[in-house]
Design a protein around this ligand. Sequence first.
Ligand SMILES: [Zn+2]
Length: 299
Amino acid sequence: MGTTCKTSAGKGQDANLQREFLEKEKRKPDGIQSKLTQNAIKTNFPNAMKNRDVEQKTFEVLHNLGFTYENTLFADSSCPDEINHNGDDITSMFMHRWGEMFPLSGLAGLPFAGQTGWGAFSSHCPKDGNIVICFAPHVGVDCNGTVGKVHRNGIENTTTACGAAVGAYNAVAGNQDPNQFKNGYADHQMDCIKHLVADRVKNIKGADNEMATLAFQMYEIISEFLDNIIDMKWGGQNSKIAIVGGIMINCDGARTDRFLPLKFELVHKSGARDDIFKGTFGFEPYVSNNDYKKSTRDY
Ligand SMILES: [Zn+2]
């Protein structure tokens, strides 16, 4: 995508290529074969949708609001795990729709680029333009319906997804003392995740499905982190940020991933927010039955 230039004479050609890609994606078959996977998704992530349907619905709304390929930049906040970025994932669909992607995130999808990264990214936005952000933790659901696991090509046994979130939770489940996490720059992202997850062990331990609950807690952690770094100190009076948030669900096999949408908001220049979720998807965001308590720890 490095050659894309939104002000060059070639932008029409680029836009056509992006549209062609999305049209081809729509025609490809997809479907989850395992009933156990389907049931686990229905139980733990009701309202999960096909990636293409989420992308299409959000696009239609944003298109009507004046978001175009030419005036919009896209930022992604999802885990760098390759299973989230292998061509038919929601982040790829957003990237093809809006033309470029600025990765804000590191491990587990936390926007580690921080306020400096946001400042750099938002300053690249076209004049009077807009920004679309898609943020999501991810979680595997394998062919046996096991939440937190997924089969990866070439590996015999299923492995954890999200490995960073599960690893952090396992590390702090028995000891939530934040002073034990001191790996310095060599592992600072993981230290941060442990620090933030430690505060939420009480919400996860003993839940009907701890791995599903962990995914919802990671969603809240990323959402709060993002709110602490984004601002409207860029663009013109009509510039807007559209925030799409949810949980990416990685299933075994190709073209089987799903997305549980949980947030669709518009942020205006004044900072005011419009919740456009129900009008777009036709249902309210699913609220995990976990008795969630907000984190009180500063990072
Ligand atoms: Zn991950």
